[in-house]
Write a protein that binds this ligand. Structure first.
Ligand code: SF4
Length: 480
């Protein structure tokens, strides 16, 4: 909800009351959308902080329980803004321009200049607000299902661009259509703050009484018959009165057997009975600002933890630089794939000499970041004690045959020299060795590993499968 003021009964019966029920069946995230308030009220922010706190109080007073759900303020979780930026890079303008509320709002608020980037982009911010928690459902009224549809489209587009190997980063959420009975305001129009016809969740008993007593009804004259469906007071009975009382006033209204004054007095009673505990909770909470602060802070922490997990996956999927990857990438920069083996290799007298010429510069470069200690011929030890086997082979007919010693190592480095004497290195990590070691061909006490060119780069030639090993080219993380 946007913090444009205290919440009224329309907000309560249209959403909040339902949220209170949902928190028992789902893991829920509820927030106060203070950035969204700026999309229309950017020029008047003097009450923004106060209103934000009022809405938090309304949430808690109405029964949202921070032990059962996560309650926070949008601007306290910066990841929402970060995801919004990323989405804004991939979303066509036309998607936003066709959102119905974009034009409607501009027409409804003719005195406001809404030709702002933030206003056009608010459905995208909303998409970020939703998708950052990778939810299954979004509880919305029917009028908001267009927004959920846009959110699904954005998720699909992001997954299409950046989904790793078909993996979905953002599952498409479904709209959980919630019963949201319409509530008429005291002047018989839709209850809305901008019409000044609201009853607030936090109004005291006297104010509720006064507002209901002054409310327009459906029976201009005492002898007229009316309908509770068309009357603001009748609406209140439908939501807040018990069945018996509702039947009583429905009959009295449609038969003109009770007066509107009587009916209103009963409505005051029903509404106040419902609001009294809410008011009391609100009062108690407002008396304890330390606890309130703690609740808001704790909610933000929980939300940040969940949002950051999503952002880590999203950043990685896009390929933004992670701090932890700097060393690997710097080493990759110096990847031996740009190295050439000296021409003197043609004069090598035996395998050992050929191996020396092929591996010398690679070892030199890698040793700067990942020192390797010599163990046995063609075997090294990393800083952490991992055994690394280092082998080289020349390309023949689009394939490289490596003759390995039949002793398993933890990491296998294969230097594939092409016909122009350029080298490409494949650093196979322990998991890959474990998976494939037994499948390599055995011959006279040595193990033969064959690489061959394939459509997607280079693959291991194995009996049942031919896994691509392109991903290990120049990746030295297994040498750490
Ligand atoms: S009797 Fe009650 S429901 Fe009917 S018009 Fe009067 S106030 Fe409204």
């Amino acid at each position: 909800m946007r913090p444009t003021g205290r919440l009224h009964l329309g907000n309560y019966v249209g959403a909040l009351q339902n949220w209170v029920k949902l928190q028992d069946s789902y893991e829920c995230f509820f927030f106060v959308a203070d950035w969204h308030a700026l999309t229309t009220d950017f020029d008047e922010t003097s009450r923004l902080a106060d209103n934000t706190l009022e809405v938090v109080l309304d949430y808690l007073a109405a029964g949202l329980d921070p032990e059962k759900c996560t309650i926070f303020v949008q601007s306290h979780v910066l990841q929402h803004a970060e995801l919004h930026v990323l989405f804004s890079m991939i979303t066509p303008l036309s998607w936003l321009e066709r959102v119905p509320s974009y034009k409607e709002q501009q027409q409804n608020l003719p005195n406001k200049d809404l030709h702002m980037y933030g206003f056009l982009g608010y459905p995208l911010l909303q998409a970020a607000d939703i998708l950052i928690y990778r939810p299954r459902f979004v509880p919305v009224g029917e009028d908001q299902s267009a927004h959920v549809e846009l959110t699904r489209e954005v998720a699909r587009r992001f997954n299409g661009f950046y989904g790793l190997k078909g993996k979905t980063i953002f599952p498409e959420p479904e709209a959980l259509l919630t019963p949201s009975p319409k509530l008429l305001g005291t002047d018989k129009r839709k209850m809305s703050k901008s019409y000044g016809n609201t009853i607030l969740l936090s109004d005291d008993a006297g104010t509720v009484e006064e507002k209901i007593k002054n409310s327009v009804t459906d029976r201009p004259k005492l002898i007229d018959r009316g309908s509770p469906d068309r009357c603001p007071v009748g609406n209140l009975h439908q939501i807040f009165s018990d069945r018996e009382r509702l039947a009583h006033i429905t009959e009295g209204c449609t038969q003109a057997s009770i007066t509107c004054v009587e009916c209103k007095a009963l409505a005051v009673e029903s509404v106040n009975a419902h609001l009294t505990p809410i008011r009391e909770r609100r009062h108690a909470l407002a008396q304890n600002p330390g606890k309130l602060r703690q609740t808001i802070q704790h909610g933000a922490q929980k939300a940040i933890a969940a949002a950051e997990e999503t952002m880590t996956a999203a950043r990685h999927a896009i390929g933004l630089l992670r701090l932890g990857a700097v060393e690997d990438l710097a080493a990759k920069e110096e990847s031996i794939s740009v190295l050439r083996v000296p021409a003197s290799i043609a004069d090598a007298k035996n395998d050992d000499e050929r191996w020396e010429l092929q591996t010398a510069e690679w070892l030199d470069r890698v040793n700067k970041t990942y020192p390797l200690k010599k163990d046995r011929p063609r075997t090294f030890i990393t800083r952490r004690g991992r055994k690394v086997g280092l082998y080289a082979a020349e390309e023949k007919n689009g394939a490289w045959k490596f003759q390995l010693e039949d002793r398993p190592v933890n990491v296998l480095v294969l230097l594939a020299q092409d016909e122009d004497r350029y080298l490409r290195d494949y650093v196979l990590p322990p998991k890959v060795i474990q998976d494939h070691w037994k499948k390599f061909a055995r011959n006279n006490g040595s193990v033969e590993v064959v690489l061959k060119r394939a459509a997607n780069g280079v693959s291991l030639a194995l009996p049942e499968d031919e896994p691509s090993i392109q991903q290990y080219a120049g990746d030295y993380s297994a040498l750490q």
